[in-house]
Design a protein around this ligand. Structure first.
Ligand code: PHE
Length: 494
């Protein structure tokens, strides 16, 4: 295939490539990608499941030692190549199979956005519920019933979650359609600061609730026995660092290709990493004091946000207002992330398959929306969707016997294959590519803007990228395919 050479692009005129126009726009767009359902929906519930503060400390270590160097690696690949996730590898390592890393990223993007849009769709439903002040009249237990009713399509309303998912995908596509400067950057610049303001307002409300102290303590007072007794927590923390920072599928390669040659990639990586982490912590601070103040189980699982917070809002002064703010914020955060996922595919279609942005967006958006609808329906009572497609069983070893755990639906499959398999593997290849395949002079040249910037941290980056991060990612990977669980079982730990 020879589309490696000078590609006939659809861009008019000379080699003008769309890109971010300002420093703040870069940070807002990249941080907007990282900050999403991962921070506000997933981080609190897995922190709750893993016992709180000690888990957060391990998570922070993973972010610093693995997340930050992988992010810098993605940025520098993208900016050096000036291409999408696939084209970047073709350009930097022509004639090698490295571009398959990009293909894996495209596959991950399709899968992640399919189920991501479903969860984001649920949040839209909750925005509407809070606008109509529905929570205030709920009796105990009703929030669980309402959530389960929504996702399972109770009362013949199987189409409702699908409708929300489609709506969310239309919003995502509309922003991506606008292109980099006029679409992604413009919206992120408005939405991201708004998000920060909303979440701080929620924090203030939450920590001033009577009985909030226990929640704050849960978040900030570590009990390491919880981690020592459950070694898998460490790997959970590492895996979530990956998902939360949008790493491993070429999102930051694609965004890196839009970053100007004068920007400082190292500093940008650190700023995005810090912004993502701060938002996750602020989200935890908004949720846990309230969870504890109202005696809700912090280990309540993936339903934590949707099932318990409406109950909390219902019992709160000005609850309706805070509910609108919270679910509005969650939708906004999901939107700036979903845009970055779709952009990975659109940039690939546009540059490698020579489509216009419009055509690429419509094709990618429609296919993902269709897959998303199947993901959504796999929670419904319609047996064709919830049983017929990929019925799988998971068996876990409990007290010496294998026990049937659950039947995975389409949604679970997409979630598991992408987040637990494709992302860690993609991230591993990306960091190995930078640390072991690219020439050190080229890496240094890109990071230092051809010597214009002092990069005293380069030695640290090198050690992290060559050794620490790959080994860490391999551990996440082994964990996610269950190898470590097998080993630990074989060693008699379980
Ligand atoms: N980081 C996003 C979140 O936390 C999800 C995401 C994953 C986005 C992978 C892009 C790529 O919600």
């Amino acid at each position: 295939m020879s589309e490696n050479s000078n590609k006939p692009t659809m861009d008019k005129g000379a080699a003008v490539r769309d890109g971010f126009s300002s420093k703040f726009g870069i940070i807002a767009a990249a941080a907007g990608s990282a900050i999403g359902l991962g921070n506000i929906w997933k981080f609190p519930y897995i922190t709750g499941q893993n016992g709180g503060a000690a888990f957060i400390i391990i998570y922070l270590i993973c972010i610093a030692l693995i997340g930050a160097p992988v992010m810098l690696s993605e940025f520098l690949i993208g900016r050096r190549a000036q291409r999408n996730a696939v084209g970047s590898f073709k350009k930097l390592a022509p004639g090698t199979p490295w571009f398959l890393t990009g293909w894996m990223g495209i596959a991950a993007a399709f899968m992640i956005l399919s189920f991501y849009g479903v969860v984001a769709g649920w949040t839209i439903h909750y925005v509407i519920l809070s606008v109509t002040n529905a929570f205030s009249s709920w009796v105990e237990g009703e929030s669980v019933e309402v959530f389960v009713g929504l996702i399972s399509g109770a009362d013949g309303k199987w189409w409702l979650p699908v409708l929300y998912q489609v709506l969310f995908m239309i919003l995502t596509s509309a922003i991506v359609l606008g292109g980099v400067k006029d679409g992604i950057e413009k919206y992120s610049k408005i939405l991201m600061p708004l998000l920060l303001v909303l979440i701080i307002a929620l924090d203030i409300r939450a920590i001033t609730l009577p009985g909030a102290g226990a929640g704050v303590e849960f978040l900030f007072k570590p009990d390491f026995s919880k981690i020592i007794n459950n070694p898998a927590s460490v790997l959970d923390a590492l895996g979530h660092a990956f998902f939360s920072l949008s790493l491993g599928m070429g999102t930051m390669i694609t965004y890196g290709s839009y970053i100007g040659k004068k920007e400082n990639l190292g500093v940008t990586s650190i700023q995005v990493t810090i912004a993502d982490t701060v938002i996750a912590l602020l989200a935890g601070l908004a949720i846990f004091p309230a969870v504890f103040a109202y005696g809700i189980d912090p280990a309540g699982g993936p339903g934590l946000v949707f099932m318990t917070l409406p109950a909390v809002f219902a019992q709160m002064p000005l609850g309706a207002l805070f509910a609108v703010m919270f679910f509005g914020l969650l939708t906004v955060a999901a939107l700036t992330s979903s845009v970055s996922i779709l952009e990975v595919v659109v940039a690939y279609f546009k540059e490698e398959l020579n489509m216009t942005r419009t055509k690429a967006t419509i094709i990618a958006g429609s296919v993902i929306t269709a897959f998303g609808a199947v993901c959504s329906l796999s929670y419904s009572d319609i047996s064709f969707f919830n049983k017929a497609i990929f019925p799988t069983f998971e068996f876990v070893l409990e007290d010496g016997t294998w026990t049937f755990l659950q039947q995975h639906n389409f949604f679970d499959w997409f979630d598991k294959i992408s987040a637990n398999f494709l992302l860690p593997l993609g991230g591993l290849f990306i960091i190995i590519f930078v640390a072991w395949k690219m020439k050190k002079e080229d890496v240094k040249d890109e990071v230092s803007n051809s010597g214009a910037l002092k990069v005293g941290y380069f030695v640290v980056f090198e050690v992290l990228a060559k050794y620490v991060a790959p080994i860490g990612i391999i551990l996440v990977f082994l964990h996610s395919i269950g190898v470590l669980r097998l080993i630990s079982w074989a060693l008699g730990n379980k």
